[in-house]
Design a protein around this ligand. Structure first.
Ligand code: BGC
Length: 391
């Protein structure tokens, strides 16, 4: 499958034309409904390590399958956002006339591999995959490549395979920058003397996005750390040290409880809890509620999950980053259509995301910050949530 790329100019002007910028302004289905029933597939053996990947070029000239069935592989139903991503994708694909095979894999790599195998053997013409572990799909995707089934990596880059045709996501580095800049502004770091105490809770080490989020935030905060205005009492700073496997709330909570009891039980103030997303922020907020009585820190997040927006309204989380899953779904549905019709596929980034076999042409949607002052406009006026959802 040849990667046909429509250049940045058109795509950039489209971004400028929309508020949360990506897939045009069409109305999308309500985001909070339960997704279609999850079809469980039998577990399969985990994939071979990335080093075994073949380095050969994709089968570029064979004809792409011409059917209209689209496989959508999502990581888990445990996090609200993936339910929204899945149900939005399904609704939009069906509205566009496609048959959809939507699967959730309970955050289990072997299950996701097996589901993808079934999609390949079940006649899907395009695969849209939000991976659990971006490095574990090399072998199964050989099967897609051999049948010339194009694959779109959804939200998370899939690495070490040349079976990926396109990548659609939000600007992950900008998500981190947005969190970092929020902290700078909230504490007026350019003028305040500090020092401010910060603890960092990162994302899952097997998720390519997590490094982008971390780097985006730390690149903004580093000058203040270097100047001694921000200090990290636990000493836990490196991405490898602050990561949260599987983005699990409980893991983030347990780690923060340890940090609080080791470094803050003497009354030391925690000023900043930099959390990469909402599920980790929730863990940190739980730990704070149970183990900390000092001045409440600035807490960051990402996704605008309902529990976190409620916490934002209650003053327990300072901000989140809103990634409108409707716009990502719309963009991906558009890409699917362009692929199946043999049209040029719209992308707006051809430099950032190298998956180990080369740069994957990407479409990056715009993330925006949300806090207690703008959440109504962003989330309720846009129909993403109802008032009742947030009560
Ligand atoms: C997504 C985030 C999400 C995290 C945990 C990341 O890949 O980009 O939006 O919070 O996974 O599911």
């Amino acid at each position: 499958m040849k990667r046909k790329v429509l250049g940045m100019v058109l795509a950039t002007s489209m971004v400028a034309a929309t508020l949360v910028g990506c897939g045009g302004g069409e109305a999308a289905p309500a985001a909070t409904s339960e997704p279609a029933a999850e079809a469980e597939a039998p577990a399969a053996e985990a994939e071979a390590p990335a080093a075994d990947a073949e380095a050969e070029a994709p089968a570029a000239d064979a004809a792409a399958p011409s059917g209209n069935k689209v496989g959508v592989a999502m990581p888990t139903k445990d996090l609200q956002r993936w339910n929204q991503d899945g149900s939005n994708m399904q609704a939009e694909l069906e509205a566009a006339g496609y048959e959809v095979d939507l699967q959730y894999a309970s955050n289990d790599v072997a299950t996701q591999v097996s589901q993808i195998e079934n999609m390949i053997n079940g006649g899907c013409s395009v695969l849209v995959i939000a991976s659990i572990d971006g490095e574990s799909l090399t072998t199964v995707l050989e099967g897609a490549k051999s049948k010339n089934i194009p694959v779109i990596a959804y939200d998370r880059l899939i690495k070490n395979t040349d079976a990926i045709s396109y990548y659609a996501t939000f600007d992950n580095y900008k998500v981190g920058q947005t969190q970092g800049q929020y902290i700078v502004d909230a504490l007026d770091l350019d003028n305040a003397e500090g020092p401010f105490n910060m603890e960092i809770t990162g994302g899952s080490p097997d998720d390519n996005n997590a490094t982008f989020f971390y780097n985006g935030a730390i690149d903004v905060l580093k000058p203040y750390m270097d100047a001694g205005k921000i200090v990290v009492p636990s000493g836990q700073i490196d991405f490898a040290t602050v990561g949260t496997p599987a983005w699990a709330t409980e893991t983030a909570q347990a780690r923060m409880e340890n940090i609080l009891s080791s470094n803050y039980s003497d009354g030391t103030t925690l000023h900043i809890a930099l959390c990469s997303n909402d599920s980790t922020a929730l863990g940190v907020e739980n730990a704070l509620a149970a183990n900390y009585t000092g001045e409440y820190p600035v807490v960051t997040g990402q996704d605008c999950d309902i529990a976190n927006v409620k916490n934002m309204i209650d003053g327990k989380q300072s901000m989140s980053v809103f990634k409108d899953t409707r716009t990502l779904a719309s963009q991906v549905v558009k890409m699917v259509g362009q692929i199946l019709k043999g049209e040029t596929v719209e992308v707006n980034d051809t430099t950032t995301y190298d998956n180990g076999t080369g740069v994957i042409p990407s479409y990056l949607c715009e993330p925006v910050f949300a806090d207690v002052n703008n959440y109504k406009e962003l989330l309720i006026d846009s129909g993403y949530y109802t008032e009742a959802d947030l009560q």
